[in-house]
Design a protein. Structure first.
Length: 314
């Protein structure tokens, strides 16, 4: 199964639950993923918030912070942080509609990768729903840059990622990965890749009130040419694989995409800039569904909407 083959919307067959420590906040949180009807989209519900609107739609306009993780918020100022690993797993599994009940500000880090989320999804099963899935088809190239870093998206018949990084740290160095992130490739190649930090960054992160829950249990720590985790790496190029995981999750804020995405030295900020720049150009994309005609999968235009917020909130 590839992402291109998923023509219908999907949700989970049953609720799925996980809990653990927040990577940045350090608190214990619990996530319950509940099936949702056709057209719901992905919606976080902060169950610990009772005095104001506690629902946050997973759409690009909800993003309020991209420092070290992706954070979304609603108009009432209610936030949810570190959503990218879960979104990557949902993207690979082709999940469109879910209520995501969370009892704190940040998702549990679990092991710092997307693998535990994917396993949960696969354990409860995916339910295909009786409605066409809406894709974002890229119609012309879009690129954003910050110094030597860049992110670009090009027209293509399916989603593919080409991700490269270049770190001074010898333990990381230059790495590159290319992947068509269908559920099998995601499971085998990038789901288990963990988040990482350089040792000299950890103190600064903690001084800024971040990484309070970070440990060898949920992150790779690098010091120059050394990986400090006793068990070492899961992949020789685990760092760039995790960057691809983050990219997939960040892109999924815009829904499933048909396009080739190429990034170098990118992060959550540049990933989000790419998405917002794409949607700001009404002639660079359109909504399509994939309908089967004469045994072939071909795009059927649903709409071409210049006002993304109106279109995605409809």
């Amino acid at each position: 199964m590839t992402m291109l083959n998923v023509r219908r919307q999907s949700t989970l067959k049953a609720p799925a639950v996980c809990a653990g420590i927040e990577l940045h906040g350090g608190n214990h949180t619990r996530l319950v993923m509940r099936p949702a009807p056709i057209g719901t989209g992905l919606v976080f519900i902060r169950t610990d918030i009772k005095d104001r609107d506690n629902r946050i739609k997973v759409i690009p306009e909800s993003v309020c912070n991209v420092r070290n993780c992706t954070t979304i918020a609603n108009a009432a100022g209610v936030t949810v942080s570190t959503i990218e690993h879960l979104l990557a797993a949902l993207a690979a599994a082709g999940i469109d509609n879910l209520y995501l009940e969370l009892d704190g500000k940040e998702l549990p880090a679990l092991d710092g990768s997307a693998e535990p989320f994917l396993k949960l999804i696969e354990q409860v099963g995916v339910l295909r729903q009786e409605a066409a899935r809406r894709y974002v088809e890229v119609l012309k190239p879009i690129e954003v840059k910050r110094g030597d870093a860049y992110a670009r998206i090009l027209p293509a018949s399916k989603l593919s990622l080409s991700v490269s990084i270049d770190f001074e740290d010898e333990a990381i160095g230059q790495q590159k990965v290319e992947i068509v992130p269908n559920v099998r490739a995601f499971r085998e190649r990038i789901a288990a890749a963990r988040t990482f930090a350089r040792l000299h960054e950890v103190a600064a992160l903690q001084a800024a009130g971040l990484s309070k829950g970070g440990s060898f249990d949920n992150a790779i720590i690098v010091d120059g040419d050394k990986v400090l985790n006793p068990e070492g790496l899961r992949f020789a190029d685990e760092f760039v694989r995790h960057k691809a995981l983050d990219l997939l999750g960040d892109l999924y804020l815009g829904g499933p995409i048909l396009g080739r995405v190429e990034t170098h030295a990118s992060g959550h900020g540049l990933n989000h800039d790419l998405l917002m720049t794409l949607f700001a150009h009404a002639d660079a994309w359109r909504f399509v569904s994939l309908m089967e005609k004469s045994g072939k999968t071909s795009p059927e235009t649903l709409s071409s909407a210049p006002d993304l917020l109106q279109s995605m909130s409809a």
